[in-house]
Design a binder for this molecule. Sequence first.
Ligand code: SIN
Ligand code: FE2
Length: 226
Amino acid sequence: MTRDRRTGEESPTAFGVEEAGRRRPSRSARAPTVLRAFALDVEDDLLAALEPVLAQSPLRHMVTPGGFRMSVAMTNCGAVGWVANRSGYSYSPIDPTCGRAWPAMPVAFAGLATRAAARAGYRGFAPDACLINRYDPGSKLSLHQDKDERDLAAPIVSVSLGLPAIFLFGGLTRRDPQQRLCLVHGDVVVWGGLARLAYHGVAPLKIGHHPRLGGHRVNLTFRKAL
Ligand code: SIN
Ligand code: FE2
């Protein structure tokens, strides 16, 4: 067990989780790399850049092909954005809500994603899509694989902001056992290689108050989609 210096909570260093700095991250492992507090030194830049993005392409609750309204509110920035609707999941250059291109990816976002990927062993990561997820208390993300991207050689980079959440990280089948990682403001998780198609999800968000984001969690997920 280790004690998180920001939350004081004990968290398991579960099998397979590679805490960067302790062990050299390896691409071969079916494990995510957890970069604790990696985004903290750019939090002001991230939050300042987020505002105009949300003003241009507001958060919305997408509807899955099965007809379910997602509890997580989402939007995107970058050349393409991930969209769900009754006909499926895809990446689109157009925000369907307003019929215009998604906001450009802020330099602070792309720079952080590239640095985090490099720290985890993936050099030259150049994301073209950033999915922005906002969780309210009770919001959750069911177990899923990120598999709508064309380039599965590129990793996924996931930045956690605001309230803490339990991130579930499993294996290549839905039934594989899952690690439960407590992610707090500033943590970044990177997964690729043999873990690229691992099932993952987020447990229902607990009520809380975060000094920067109030009663929410915001997650930025960077991908190379095209
Ligand atoms: C995702 O899988 O798209 C988001 C994961 C998260 O919110 O941590
Ligand atoms: Fe995902």
